[in-house]
Structures are given as structure tokens and as C-alpha cells.
Ligand binder design. Structure first.
Ligand code: MN
Ligand code: MN
Length: 308
């Protein structure tokens, strides 16, 4: 049995792509597979699974040496179980830069493409004719992954191919894309009962810039004011996580999906200087609004610079 999973702090694409690929292997190859997740799902993903009546994947409790695995939506060993390189990695399907760090025992199949979403690559790998005959819930899941990773085409990572796949699927399903995407984002934005620790870590990636180890956390939301109102407690939590993970700091961005801007917390002078250097701004208060910034992958991480 092949274990299919994506990155820690699972998002919709990592969860949905694992389900889609396991479905494909089970239904269109002689291999048997099961999708897993490496952590608690966010509310957007829960909404989507409920909407399409899909079961939540099991939490991957332990991974054994010689387990057969397929990795989706990451190629970064930092975002995977500690012993990942001891496993039998059969395949990687991803849309991120090569991070290095993974090694394998045998040759493997790797598909990495510069599109906005792993599910778009899975569409290509499965092929149009099989996609056409997929059950509605698999089509709905595939469409949802792409809407999630592209913020319904707002993200500059969006390619014409991502958009084409969504439009094709939406037409077959009879779904109004804007209306459905708004429901996804509303579900994701309801963080009133989500604790500060989970808010800081639910969509977070470790990044090295020069000799500094950072986390870059984002919250994509339609109600940024609700997160910004929690700033004092979130900053306290950021400092605890920074201590316990021995990080140099955490950059915390609240992405306003509709206004297409990011508000970053400026909790100390070190963070202030990174933000000023990286985004060519002069920070005047304990938050800074960066207009037009929505993508960590394309606009935040590549911009990061340490002050001289
Ligand atoms: Mn992802
Ligand atoms: Mn993705």
C-alpha cells in the first residue's frame, strides 16, 4: 500500500492532491494507495471535504523504513517526516522550487511544474479523458485545490492553465466559481475558535535568509481586522514559538484576499529592518501594509533580505 501525503501544516492543495492521487492509483493502476495528512486540517479544507462529502484523510502517525510513499505539494525535507529519506519514495508531484535535502534509495518519478497548484499537475498526469469521467467529488476537490492555491486567480502564481482547468471542471459540475470560492474563503476566515498557536503555525514555512532561520507565516482571510485585533496575543505566541524552535524570528503576514494586500506585524527592530530592506518601505508603526502582496511563494520569500 502506497502512502500519499503532502507537507506539514496541511493546506487544501496538499490534502486534496493526496486524495486525488490516491484515487487515481486505486482506480486506474494496479497499485493500492491511501492518502494521509501530517497535521490538523484548516477550516477551508474541512469545508471542501464536507461540501463534496469526502472523508478526512487519516493522520500519518508513523512512517516506517521501506514504506512506499508518494509526496505531493512539497519537495522540502523540512516539511516532511524526519525519516522521509529512509522510505521508498516512488514519486514526487510538486510545484515548488527544489529545496534540496531529500535523498532517495532508488530512481524515482519527479514531476515539478511552474503552475499554481499541485492539483493542476495531477490533472495533466491523469489526463483529460479520465478526468472527464471522474466522480463529481473528485472533480470538485481538484477545482477547490486550484481555487485555494490561486486565491481564485488573484495570486500572481496563477497560470492560464490553472484557470483553464478550473473553468473546465466548473462547467462540468455546474458550479459558479466566484460564488463557490467566496464560500471557501469565508470558511477559511472564521478563526474565532482557533487558538493563537495554531493561527501562527497553520500556514507557515521555515525559510533561511543569509544566516538567519525564520518562519514565514501567512493567514489568508477576508476579515483581516479580526486577526489584527488579536495582535498583542499573537505577538506573545510568536515569541514563544521563536524561543522553543530556536528561530531568529517569525514574519507574520495577514493577507487580505479581497483587497489584495498584506499586513505584516512589526514586533521588534529586527523584523522592522527586514521588512524595510525587503519591501523598500519605511515602517512607522507596529504593523505595515504592503499593497499588492498576496503570495508568499512569489512575492514574499523571494523578496526577503537581511539589513546590512
Ligand atoms: Mn501547499
Ligand atoms: Mn500547492
Amino acid at each position: 500500500m502506497i502512502k500519499v501525503f503532502g507537507h506539514k501544516a496541511p493546506d487544501t492543495d496538499t490534502t486534496g492532491s493526496a486524495i486525488l492521487w490516491a484515487w487515481f492509483l486505486n482506480n486506474h493502476t494496479s497499485q493500492k494507495a491511501e492518502a494521509f495528512v501530517l497535521g490538523r486540517l484548516n477550516k477551508e479544507t474541512n469545508f471542501i471535504l464536507n461540501h463534496w462529502k469526502l472523508a478526512e484523510p487519516e493522520l500519518l502517525e508513523n512512517l516506517n523504513e521501506n514504506d512506499d510513499v508518494v509526496i505531493v505539494d512539497t519537495n522540502n525535507d523540512q516539511e516532511l517526516p524526519n525519516n522521509i529519506s529512509e522510505c521508498n519514495i516512488l514519486q514526487i508531484i510538486d510545484h515548488h522550487r527544489l529545496a534540496g535535502g531529500l535523498s532517495t534509495k532508488s530512481p524515482l518519478e519527479i514531476t515539478i511544474k511552474p503552475v499554481a497548484c499541485t492539483a493542476t499537475i495531477i490533472y495533466d498526469l491523469i489526463g483529460e479523458s479520465i478526468v472527464k469521467d471522474m466522480p463529481e467529488n473528485m472533480k470538485g476537490l481538484m477545482m477547490s485545490c486550484i481555487l485555494s492555491d490561486t486565491l481564485a486567480f488573484r495570486s500572481p502564481t496563477t497560470t492560464p492553465h490553472d484557470r483553464d482547468v478550473v473553468e473546465k471542471l466548473a462547467k462540468e459540475l455546474g458550479v459558479d466559481v466566484d460564488d463557490y470560492a467566496d464560500k471557501m474563503f469565508a470558511a477559511k476566515s472564521d478563526l474565532s475558535d482557533v487558538g493563537d498557536n495554531h493561527v501562527v503555525l497553520m500556514d507557515s514555512k521555515k525559510v533561511s535568509v543569509g544566516d538567519k532561520n525564520l518562519r514565514v507565516s501567512v493567514i489568508e482571510t477576508t476579515v483581516p481586522e479580526e486577526i489584527i485585533a488579536r495582535k498583542d496575543n499573537l505577538v506573545k505566541t510568536i515569541s514563544e514559538i521563536k524561543e522553543s524552535e530556536d528561530l531568529d524570528d517569525i514574519l507574520f503576514f495577514v493577507i487580505d484576499i479581497f483587497k489584495e494586500e498584506a499586513t505584516v506585524f512589526i514586533q521588534n527592530d529586527f523584523v522592522k529592518s527586514i521588512i524595510e530592506e525587503s519591501f523598500d518601505v519605511s515602517v512607522e508603526s507596529d504593523i505595515e501594509v504592503l499593497s499588492g502582496i498576496v503570495s508568499r511563494k512569489k512575492q514574499i520569500i523571494p523578496a526577503l533580505r537581511l539589513p546590512n
